[in-house]
Design a protein around this ligand. Sequence first.
Ligand code: MF3
Ligand code: CO
Length: 254
Amino acid sequence: MIILKSAHEIEVMKEAGRILAEVLKALEEAVVPGISTLELDAIAAHLIEQAGCKASFLNYNGYPNTLCISVNEEVVHGIPDHRVLREGDIVSIDGGVIYRGYHSDSAKTFPVGSISQEKKKLLQVTEECLYRGIEQAVEGNRLSDISHAIQKHAELHGYSVVRDLVGHGIGQSLHEDPEIPNFGPPNRGPRLQKGMTLAIEPMINLGDYPVEVLANGWTIVTKDKKPSAHFEHTIAITDDGPLILSTLNSENLL
Ligand code: MF3
Ligand code: CO
């Protein structure tokens, strides 16, 4: 069941998203060669607490940290540890906050120092995939129009779309209906309606799409060990089109 949100609830989720965007901005500045992923996690934990929020992921199904931090061939759900980031790495940072009972969920992949052209393009195209998906989040479209737009853009550039993980509805729970695959034919699934709040999150691989889980039970990596990127926003569908909530200045896109 898809839970529609009122204008008031969307305002609360906008504030949750703004706080999360501040956290991700601070993390972007902290991403330098030599920092450990656990240090990045501590920065986020501190900022989230200071903002009077709770971290969405901490203790979720037993998840042990504030952030998911995934490096290079790690796709998502990397667990922060003493690993140090090195020049040339790419690092996907996924965070979630709960503000007044409502979640926001957002991720970005950052370069560590200077990175290869190949990785730069992967980051750029994956972010474009996210925006192609968001542009389809308008009343009257169907859910898979989002999925299809993402896949089309990724494959146009010769990349592959991870199949095993999907985006999701979001609100008073981190994961609500509907599931939002990042691939598939257009014009399928539920009609999109005003009041839907969605976390759209393409995970795009430089190589092939199969992934596997590491022995820690969490970290997802590409089977071919080639790099992967992940960009995610929490958005709301409004009368004026898609509204990105997990951003510093929430404005309608269309
Ligand atoms: N953005 C991810 C998701 O939507 C993060 C959740 S991971 C967990 O699924 F740590 F919370 F489990
Ligand atoms: Co998510």
